[in-house]
Design a protein around this ligand. Structure first.
Ligand code: PLP
Length: 468
């Protein structure tokens, strides 16, 4: 094992006492090892899942998704009831959406937030009541707007003056009154990676307060639209409540001003609740988050002498993130030693940035464990990399694994349920993996994996012959 002085490990990464252990906050609650040391997810031995479905494979723990959906629903219901109002929690489908997931979260009391017609169609195919769907996006097309309005979507969150006119035309043509929220940019920079923070002033989402005031006035003029409230989302992977509190306080100022023009039943404070990706991440418990955020909004309303609206939230990552574990097979290992003498072991797996773009996109950190066995061999500093033609094709930047990690081992990367499969690509003509749901000892495919034929069939110069 390397001494810390030689190590290429970052300061935050500690050498684990046991490089086989499963850090509680990072893995699904039901993740465990069997008597032989092999990983078990949702009661299913991972080796059995791999035998049935192959690798790479995203394993999603249904009970974990349901439990977290219920926890968010109940925490915000309790916190808002304490202050005499109610809550709506929307699952942000962009984190990962399939018909199964849409069913699970709605059965646990959540609504669904979509941001394209594709996501909308998945939610509708799952049987989600359109009235329980919110439609986001800074550039919804006219046909997307028409589809949403015609199915009776609950709310459209408008993001520009242009869009207001488009929604009004669609609603008037269809003969309905569409409920809309106006997305504002509160100017709060949440403590997160720059690319994830969406409430800077110089970015594409939301309207500055002055423009939002004009937008709301216009909506109130249009008989086909009903203004129901303001929306603000300050970013993602946020720990603590300071950013939410500050943003809410700024948005309340505008909310109060707009009350002069009529009632405003709702205030949507977006999502962004952080999760643990590595053992050093320490997310705020859901109950505490809900109590403190709702308490701050209630106090702000009381100070201003205005009624507390219904409060809406849009967690995505916090619902599915830790429910997902990606399982790969190790293909090659290679020790790289620098001139300084420091070294690390490169562990190449059979997926990579095509199924998990987050390290390349955001510098995101993940963790990993050998899934097929445990080992007492002293741990080595590793970097888990994919099979793509990019040196930035990193799956887990820094981790300690047993030093005998070897080709043929199964490797599991936890906390990959959110923004991994939903951001997946076919870079290098690599098919996207299947998603398998596990619960209490059973498994089923909820999104089938792509075959190479699926990919080749898109090239008009290739003819695929049946059975070839
Ligand atoms: N709401 C909006 C408007 C978003 O843009 C996002 C993420 O980008 C979310 C909710 C969900 O964020 P998270 O998954 O971090 O909770």
């Amino acid at each position: 094992m390397l001494s810390p002085a030689d190590s290429l490990a970052p300061d935050w990464l500690v050498v684990p006492d046991d490089a086989n252990s499963l850090a509680q906050a990072v893995w699904p609650a039901a993740a465990d090892r069997d008597a032989g040391g092999a990983l078990v997810l949702g009661g299913m031995p991972v080796a059995e899942l791999v035998r049935q479905y192959g690798t790479p494979l995203l394993v999603l723990d249904e009970d974990e998704v349901r439990e977290r959906a219920r926890a968010f629903h109940d925490a915000f219901a309790r916190a808002t009831a304490e202050h005499g109002t109610s809550s709506r929690v929307y699952y942000a489908g962009k984190a990962f959406l399939s018909t199964a997931v849409a069913r699970w979260v709605t059965e646990e009391g959540l609504n669904v937030d979509v941001c394209t017609c594709g996501e909308l169609e998945v939610a509708l195919a799952a049987g989600v009541d359109p009235a329980r769907i919110g439609f986001h996006g800074n550039n919804k097309s006219v046909s997307e707007i028409e589809r949403a309005v015609s199915v009776g979507i609950g709310t459209i969150i408008v993001d520009s003056a242009v869009e207001i006119e488009r929604v009004a035309v669609a609603a008037a043509r269809i003969g309905t009154v569409q409920r809309v929220l106006v997305r504002v940019n509160s100017g709060v920079h949440a403590e997160t990676h720059d690319f994830l923070a969406t409430a800077h002033e110089d970015q594409k989402f939301g309207m500055p307060f002055g423009d939002a005031e004009i937008a709301v006035a216009r909506i109130r003029e249009l008989p086909a639209l009903e203004f129901v409230g303001l929306h603000c989302h300050i970013g993602s992977q946020i720990f603590g409540v300071a950013g939410f509190r500050e943003s809410a306080s700024r948005v309340l100022e505008l909310h109060e001003k707009l009350l002069a023009g009529g009632e405003i039943p709702l205030l949507n404070l977006g999502g962004g609740f952080g999760i643990a990706y590595t053992s050093v991440d320490d997310p705020t418990p859901i109950g505490q988050l809900a109590a403190e955020i709702v308490g701050a909004v209630a106090a702000g309303c009381a100070e201003r002498g205005i009624p507390l609206p219904i409060l809406a939230f849009e967690p995505g990552r916090a619902i599915v993130g830790t429910a997902g574990v990606t399982v790969y097979e190790v293909g090659t290992t290679k020790a790289v030693t620098l001139d300084s003498g420091a070294s690390r072991l490169y562990v190449s797996v059979d997926g990579g940035m095509s199924d998990n773009a987050r390290p390349a996109l955001y510098g995101a950190q993940f963790s990993a464990r050998i899934a097929s066995r445990t080992s007492d061999v002293p741990s080595a500093l590793v970097r888990v990399v994919g099979k793509h033609c990019e040196s930035g094709d990193i799956v887990v930047d820094h981790e300690y694994l047993p030093g005998d990690v070897a080709p043929g081992d199964l490797l599991a990367v936890p906390a990959t349920g959110a923004y991994c499969m939903s951001l997946a690509s076919n870079y290098n003509h690599v098919p996207r993996p299947a998603v398998v749901a596990v619960t209490r000892g059973s498994s089923r495919v909820i999104v089938r994996g792509e075959s190479l034929d699926d990919l080749l069939a898109r090239d008009t110069g290739i003819s695929i012959t049946e059975g070839a």
